[in-house]
Design a protein around this ligand. Sequence first.
Ligand SMILES: Nc1nc2c(ncn2[C@@H]2O[C@H](COP(=O)(O)OP(=O)(O)O[C@H]3O[C@H](CO)[C@@H](O)[C@H](O)[C@@H]3O)[C@@H](O)[C@H]2O)c(=O)[nH]1
Ligand SMILES: [Mg+2]
Length: 191
Amino acid sequence: MQDDPIRIIGQDVLSDQYCPLKQVTYDQRCSDGSWQRQTREVYESASGAAVLLYDRDRRTVQLTRQFRIGSRLAGHDGFLVEAAAGMLDGEDPEQRIRDEIFEETGYRVERVDKVLELFASPASLTERVHYFVAAFTPAMREAKGGGKRDEGEDIELVELSYEDAFARVASGEIADAKTVILLQYLQLHLV
Ligand SMILES: Nc1nc2c(ncn2[C@@H]2O[C@H](COP(=O)(O)OP(=O)(O)O[C@H]3O[C@H](CO)[C@@H](O)[C@H](O)[C@@H]3O)[C@@H](O)[C@H]2O)c(=O)[nH]1
Ligand SMILES: [Mg+2]
C-alpha cells in the first residue's frame, strides 16, 4: 500500500492454544502528520458465518440457545439466544452455513442468501462474520439438531414468532449482536 499511514512494527504471539493472541506494535501517521506508536492485543479469531432461519408462512424464526463463556464473564448468565452460526474452518461460507444449519438445527434448507459481511469486533478480533438468511418449513427437518456433543456443543432449539423475537430484541433479552442484526434485517427487508 503506497503512502500507508500505518506501519506494522512487530507482532508477538502471547498465546497460541486455539487461535493466536498477539501483541501488535504499529506506527500510525496522525492527521497532523506526526507518527504515533501504539501497542494493542489482537485475537486472531477464526471467521464465521451466521444464518437466520425464517418460516415465511408461519412467521417464525428458528433460533438456538447455548452457553457462551465470554458473556458469562461479562455478567450475563451466559445462556444466549442466537441465530445458528459456526466457524468457517477454511470452508466456503455458503457450504459451511448449510452444514452448520443441519448440525445445529437438523434442517436441510433449499437456499441460503448472503446478506452481509461484517467485522465482529474490529479493534480486538480479526474475525469477520458472513451473514445469511434462509427460508425454512417444518417439512425440511431431517434430524434433531443440537450441535456436536463430542465437541462440547449442547444447543437447545428455540422457535419464536416474529413478534416475540422482535420484542425480545427491543427488551434486550436477545443480546447477541449477530442475532439482532439478522432479526433487524428480517424486519427491514423480509416482513
Ligand atoms: N478446544 C477449543 N475448542 C473451541 C474453542 N473455541 C471454540 N471451540 C470449538 O469450536 C466449535 C465452535 O462451534 P461453531 O458452531 O463452529 O462456532 P460458534 O461458536 O457457534 O461460532 C459462531 O458464533 C460465534 C459467537 O458469536 C462467532 O464468534 C463465530 O464467528 C460464529 O459466528 C465448538 O465445537 C467449540 O467446542 C477453544 O478455545 N478451544
Ligand atoms: Mg455454533
